[in-house]
Ligand binder design. Structure first.
Ligand SMILES: NC(=O)c1ccc[n+]([C@@H]2O[C@H](COP(=O)([O-])OP(=O)(O)OC[C@H]3O[C@@H](n4cnc5c(N)ncnc54)[C@H](OP(=O)(O)O)[C@@H]3O)[C@@H](O)[C@H]2O)c1
Length: 341
């Protein structure tokens, strides 16, 4: 497993981080996870050299944090623990974000909700401090909190020893600059969506983060499993599942899925040459992209996690990296579904 600095910290985090949204389960994932297997999966990740674990209170309404907490008991020192604040469900503070599993989720980066969130996360995780505390989504009106007020709260938490470093997620370039202006060196990472099929970040966020040596934590880099080649044409997602959300997952709609599966099939010579799986090939490509320092890869079983971890040790030749980029560029954009008349 390759390690890279986590921004300006003294920490070196594995290029493949374990994403634990799926361990929270719920209708959004379409299956109820087996917590004992989840704990085994986290242990397998640590044993395979993954030391970066990303979770959030919103993943299964605390379940993901609880399972991670159970898994790292006795192994705290092996983990760079990343969690988040800013998605609030307990009352009507914050601004409406979305409904998930029948619950209203609000965006809130208010100091009074963050102060409650951190205590709950520490308790669920069973730890005294969080290594990387990230704002999950930027604050928006009507209940808008100024970035400087959120950062002041986070810096106070750092001074109190509850968190070690700050990170942001899903920010625009302007929001990133504003966060940096107030947080300075305390802000070490930026987390956002990035995969070979979803490369928006390449136009602005990735080069900026590379320029200022901010760690980048990419998410959905396997397109929620599609890029493993194991979501066949016959796999059906229920309407409640996030993977059936066409706005977020246009490549999973059947005509687009066919195109991606054909592309993946055309890389059989590569998986043969590197003696790897498609998931490993895609992960190796992702973490080799300029500006990408770490990829958070979701996994819910020991075998998925072990397979994905190996992708973090694989080095592809410059020629093969370029060929894969040419192939994804040739794929073009996903076709949109015809709208009902
Ligand atoms: N900050 C944010 O707003 C945000 C948003 C999204 C995600 N994230 C973070 O990023 C992490 C990664 O994103 P993600 O989990 O949504 O997507 P992902 O990593 O692209 O996909 C994960 C899913 O792909 C399938 N999978 C993974 N490895 C596999 C393998 N080797 N073989 C077959 N299937 C495999 C599993 O689903 P099945 O087994 O169910 O098919 C797994 O749950 C999250 O867990 C979370 O920590 C952050």
């Amino acid at each position: 497993m390759k390690l890279r600095p986590l921004g300006a910290t003294h920490l070196h985090a594995s290029v493949v981080g374990l994403g634990t949204w799926v361990l929270g389960g719920g209708a959004v994932w379409g299956h109820d996870p087996n917590d004992a297997e989840s704990v085994r999966a986290v242990h397998a990740a640590l044993d395979a050299g993954i030391n970066l674990i990303d979770t959030a209170p919103a993943y299964g309404w605390g379940r993901s944090e609880e399972v991670v907490g159970k898994a790292i008991r006795g192994r705290r020192d092996e983990v760079i623990l990343a969690t988040k604040c800013g998605l609030w469900t307990e009352d009507d503070r914050g601004s409406f974000f979305t409904e998930m599993d029948g619950r209203i989720l609000r965006r809130s980066l208010r100091p009074d909700t963050i102060t409650l969130e951190i205590e709950r996360s520490l308790q669920r995780l069973g730890v005294e401090y969080i290594d990387l505390y990230q704002t999950h989504w930027p604050s928006v009106p009507p209940d808008f909190t100024r970035i400087e007020d959120t950062i002041a709260c986070l810096l106070a938490l750092r001074d109190a020893g509850k968190i070690r470093a700050l990170g942001v997620c899903n920010v625009s370039v302007d929001e990133l600059h504003e966060n940096l202006r107030h947080a300075g060196d305390a802000l070490v990472s930026n987390q956002f969506r990035y995969s070979m099929l979803h490369r928006d970040a390449e136009s602005d966020i990735l080069p900026l983060c590379a320029h200022i040596h901010l760690a980048t934590l990419t998410y959905m880099s396997l397109e929620q499993g599609l890029l493993t080649g194991r979501i066949g044409m016959d796999r059906v997602f229920q309407p409640s599942e996030f993977r059936s959300n066409e706005a977020w997952n246009p490549w999973l709609t059947l005509p687009n899925r066919r195109r991606v599966l054909d592309l993946l099939a055309s890389w059989a010579d590569l998986t043969q040459r590197y003696e790897c799986t498609l998931a490993q090939l895609v992960i190796a490509w992702t973490v080799a992209q300029p500006g990408v320092t770490h990829a958070l890869i979701g996994g819910r079983t020991v075998s998925q996690v072990l397979e994905n971890a190996k992708g973090g040790g694989l080095t592809l030749s410059a020629e093969d990296l370029s060929r894969m980029r040419r192939d994804v560029l040739a794929l073009g954009a996903p076709a949109t579904q015809p709208q009902p008349a």
